[in-house]
Ligand binder design. Structure first.
Ligand code: NAD
Length: 485
């Protein structure tokens, strides 16, 4: 048995409710698949609606006591979670690679990024403050308290099994909320291992509950319909986010939504080409392209487009593809056959409609859900690959001639999560950043994520922000008290 499979086999593969590990109420289970081989890694309990309501009982029951703990006590528990994650970083990384497929270096980066949310929100827990001011009329004071929103339902995707959970759990706990985490069906093991870490770090029973389930629509809608659930924090596709917003709307539940992206990567003619290619590889290939922040459309000034295509092709085709836990591998398999086949179909359609294929573009023979690094240029403006979130290791290149054209192209999408701009002219970088419709912009940087910064999108990429001060405020309500004194 490989080290990654051994770590996966050691995870408690049950539901974690009220501080206890338990089977599903109907004993149902499902298999977690190793994307590098297609083999089963573990068999996990599949939560039912009855179990979902037990989670709400547990989180609701623990809520008053947890909200009443001192900020310092909550901070110290979060700090212990951070330290345990760092101590266990090697095993956590192997576990992420085992169930998600990503290369071990990517998985290790994810563990450090995830742990950092616990460190950051341990620091923020003791700094959450309200406001006090004299009312404009002078008759009274306006006092605003920040109180925990209550029981929060957290629903996360498979592409960052640890980070998307940490980015929600850490601020929620810091704010004094109790939570129920419904991890993605493809990657529940990392979430369960995190639950064990939080348990050992002293998170009290009921404060964190983890409910893997094969029937996400049923368990999520049952919890949203329960009046004790006050918050939904969702990360996933725009399609599912839209459906959950409609449900939450019906029950008047406070929502934060981190949805899909279609990031433009704009390189002006004055850019440092070495830095642009290096940044393009990071923005495209981190997590094998399976990232909401992945550069999806490469808009390159026409005077350098050909050179950029050659350089990016050389960099991407030198990557080694294979099982994520093998030495020297920097591109693992995609998470499953469905996502791999979707990427293959987008590439085929682009080539059929006239794009030039520089490298990749062919599903390899053999086991596992692999797709190679692929570069396309001369992509038709109408090609599906420019309209859709690719979520794979494919870089489509389109040439542009003027700054205004680049901005129009960048904005020609219903998404608005992140954008990347490469130029040596900082004034241009800032001007373009202001005009690009996105929640985040990287100027001469292929990576923007930071626990201290507000992460999130505009347009159909979502509502609200995670990380930074906004990340903890999202788990609070403001209570206004009018006081005479
Ligand atoms: P998904 O929307 O299919 O699933 C997300 C979560 O919702 C999973 O836990 C899934 O089990 C659950 N789910 C699916 N259908 C449901 C339903 N009908 N009712 C209730 N729950 C349901 O997304 P995914 O395929 O797991 O993840 C990829 C998507 O996530 C991409 O679109 C990506 O851009 C997005 N994403 C966004 C961010 C961000 O911060 N904006 C970060 C990571 C991923």
């Amino acid at each position: 048995m490989s080290a990654a499979h051994a770590v996966a086999a050691a995870v408690p593969a049950q539901l974690y409710i009220a501080g206890r590990w338990q089977d599903a109420s109907d004993r149902a289970t499902f298999d977690v698949i190793d994307p590098a081989s297609g083999e089963s890694l573990a068999t996990v309990a599949s939560g039912t609606v009855k179990d979902a309501l037990s989670c709400v009982d547990a989180a609701g029951g623990a809520g008053v006591l947890w909200a009443a703990t001192s900020p310092r006590e909550r901070a110290e528990i979060l700090r212990r979670v951070y330290e345990s994650m760092i101590d266990q970083a090697d095993e956590l990384a192997l576990l992420i690679t085992a169930e998600n497929g990503k290369a071990l270096a990517d998985a290790r980066g994810e563990v450090l990024y995830s742990a950092d949310f616990f460190r950051w929100y341990a620091e923020e827990a003791v700094r959450l403050r309200g406001e006090i001011q004299t009312a404009p009329g002078g008759a009274n004071k306006i006092m605003v308290l920040r109180q925990p929103v209550g029981v929060a339902l957290l629903v996360t995707p498979w592409n960052f099994p640890a980070a998307m959970a940490a980015r929600k759990i850490a601020p929620a706990l810091a704010a004094g909320c109790t939570v129920i985490l419904k991890p993605a069906t493809e990657t529940p093991l990392t979430a369960l291992r995190l639950a064990a870490i939080m348990h050992d770090a002293g998170v009290p029973a009921g404060v964190v509950n983890v409910l893997p389930s094969l029937d996400s629509p049923a368990v999520v809608s049952a919890m949203l319909a329960d009046e004790r659930v006050h918050k939904l924090s969702f990360t996933g596709s725009t399609q599912v986010g839209r459906a959950l917003l409609n449900l939450a709307n019906e029950h008047i539940v406070n929502c934060s939504m981190e949805l899909g992206g279609n990031a433009p990567f704009v390189v002006f003619e004055d850019a440092d080409l070495d830095a642009a290619v290096e940044g393009a590889v990071v923005a495209k290939m981190r997590n094998g392209g399976e990232a909401c922040t992945a550069a999806n459309r490469f808009y390159i000034a026409d005077s350098i487009a050909e050179k950029f295509a050659q350089r990016l092709t050389a960099a991407m085709s030198s990557m080694t593809m294979g099982p994520g836990d093998h030495d020297g591998v920097d591109l693992g398999p995609m998470v499953n056959a469905k996502t791999r086949d979707k990427v293959a179909a987008l590439v085929d359609e682009a080539v059929t409609s006239g794009a030039t294929l520089h490298t990749g573009g062919k599903v390899p023979a053999g086991p596992g859900f692999f797709y190679p690094p692929t570069v396309l240029s001369n992509v038709a403006a109408t090609a599906d690959i420019l309209q859709t979130e690719i979520f794979g290791p494919v870089a489509p290149i389109v040439a542009f001639s003027t700054e205004n054209e680049a901005i129009d192209l960048a904005n020609s999408t219903e998404y608005g999560l992140v954008s990347y701009v490469y130029t040596r002219d900082l004034a241009r970088g800032l001007r373009v950043s202001e005009l690009i419709q996105a929640g985040m912009v990287g100027i001469n940087r292929g990576l923007v994520s930071d626990p201290a910064a507000p992460f999130g999108g505009v347009k159909e990429s979502g509502l609200g922000r995670e990380g930074g001060l906004e990340g903890i405020l999202a788990f609070t309500e403001s209570k206004y008290i009018a006081v005479d004194w």
